[in-house]
Ligand binder design. Structure first.
Ligand SMILES: Cc1cc2nc3c(=O)[nH]c(=O)nc-3n(C[C@H](O)[C@H](O)[C@H](O)COP(=O)(O)OP(=O)(O)OC[C@H]3O[C@@H](n4cnc5c(N)ncnc54)[C@H](O)[C@@H]3O)c2cc1C
Length: 393
């Protein structure tokens, strides 16, 4: 069966991409390995994402107004938005279902229990993908193929657009949804930086639930054991102030890697092909926020695909507009800046960050910029003074 567009992966990036294409009247196949998979995630969703999914705001989920950030030596920096919502926290399975169902409602066809493992090629052109399904190998043909199946994508490697991630390009994080009495302020997310490359978080989920987790990045992945770090984090006396109980019910737990180097700007497109979301590195290198980059890269790829379909030209010369899309240019620039800063932040076993937070504790203008960087406030661009003072540290 011929579709206009085949999308491999029905996570946030693939579902948003499918929705935009299906709304425009195109035939979209959304290929998913397992729609019941709960992606390991903190589930923090920024207001930028909620703009595309206003229905999420109506759910009974936390209305997050800001964040509390701690350095490794527990300097505390707080950000609170007075007017509108800063973000929310949601169970990822629920989020993925909402995003996927929104795409299906406007006409995208979901093919669940299909694991994409290779392209179908003809005269050196990619004309579809092959999947493994319970009833054997299946083939899906399309004019454009969009790879949205996450950071462990098989197709991204087979496409030749990018190679396997190196240790220094990724982090791995472990998290859980827990239930039980706690002292968390339901309007805040809590982030704890560490004396290694990584951080821990507690995100309130309402009705006595919270998402708790931590991650390690780069070479520290080789030095530390994620399970040990997680156990240490949830037992930390400072954390215990907020979750004093000794017997929280674990609703769910899991771990998964994430890329930390920013957008792979030279791996975004080829003839008939685009890479979106985690597959192409659309995650903020400082805080690991990737849902926003995923949905907006999916939206941008869909807009470029629509133009290509209208003109019946799927060559890389046309698809290069994806990289030039204003949203994509924004993420490339913003993540590049954050990636270069993140190296400095984590150097020196957390001491640099301790000093930055100490400064931010005392100076509200500086604090505004620090929280802007760490909480991905889009309107905050660090000033020259910010960098000058960092260099003095
Ligand atoms: C532990 C952890 C915590 C995080 N916390 C946050 C957070 O709080 N907020 C935030 O914004 N971001 C967070 N992120 C990042 C965020 O999870 C990702 O950026 C986001 O999920 C990327 O969306 P995606 O659609 O590109 O990929 P994914 O969400 O990974 O979706 C990929 C989809 O493709 C499917 N798939 C995979 N392989 C195949 C295949 N071969 N064939 C068919 N289908 C396949 C999967 O089942 C999945 O549905 C976190 C990441 C981790 C690992």
């Amino acid at each position: 069966m011929m579709h206009d567009v085949i999308i491999s992966g029905a996570g946030p990036s693939g579902s948003q991409c499918a929705e935009v294409l299906a709304k425009a009247g195109y035939r979209v196949a959304l290929i998913e390995r397992d729609a019941n998979w709960r992606k390991p995630c903190g589930g923090s969703v920024s207001s930028r994402v909620l703009k595309l999914y206003p229905q999420i705001k109506k759910l009974n989920i936390p209305k997050i107004r800001g964040g509390v950030l701690y350095s490794a030596d527990y300097h505390r920096v707080e950000y609170r938005r007075k007017d509108n919502l800063f973000s929310t926290v949601i169970d990822r399975l629920e989020l993925d279902n909402i995003m996927r169902d929104t795409a299906i409602d406007v006409g995208a066809e979901l093919f669940d229990k299909n694991l994409a493992f290779d392209f179908i090629s003809k005269n050196q052109e990619k004309i579809g993908i092959k999947t493994k399904s319970p009833s054997g190998v299946k083939e899906y043909h399309g004019k454009i193929i969009i790879v949205a199946d996450g950071m462990s994508s098989k197709l991204a490697i087979k496409s030749g657009l990018r190679s396997k991630w190196k240790t220094e390009e990724i982090a791995t994080a472990k998290c859980a949804i827990m239930e039980g009495a706690n002292n968390l302020d339901e309007e805040f997310i809590y982030v704890y930086f560490k004396p290694y490359m990584g951080y821990g978080w507690i995100f309130p989920l309402g009705s006595n639930r919270f998402n708790i987790g931590c991650g390690i990045a780069g070479e520290d992945l080789l030095r530390y054991n994620l399970n040990d770090i997680y156990t240490e984090f949830i037992g930390d006396p400072k954390i215990k102030e907020f979750i004093p109980g000794s017997n929280y019910k674990i609703i769910w737990a899991g771990s998964y890697p994430l890329p930390t180097v920013g957008v792979l700007e030279n791996s975004l497109y080829d003839n008939n092909l685009m890479l979106i979301g985690d597959t192409a590195g659309f995650i903020s290198p400082i805080n690991g926020e990737g849902i926003s980059g995923s949905v907006y890269s999916g939206k941008a790829a869909a807009e470029v695909a629509i133009e290509a379909l209208e003109n019946e030209d799927y060559s890389k010369n046309t698809l290069k507009k994806y990289k030039k899309h204003p949203d994509i240019k924004h993420f490339i620039r913003s993540f590049k800046m954050r990636h270069s800063l993140s190296k400095f932040f984590v150097e020196n076993r957390g001491v640099n960050l301790n000093k930055i937070f100490e400064l931010a504790e005392k100076d509200s203008n500086y604090r505004e910029q620090v929280t802007g960087l760490f909480l991905s406030k889009e309107d905050i661009i660090p000033s020259k003074d910010f960098f000058t003072r960092i260099k003095e540290i």
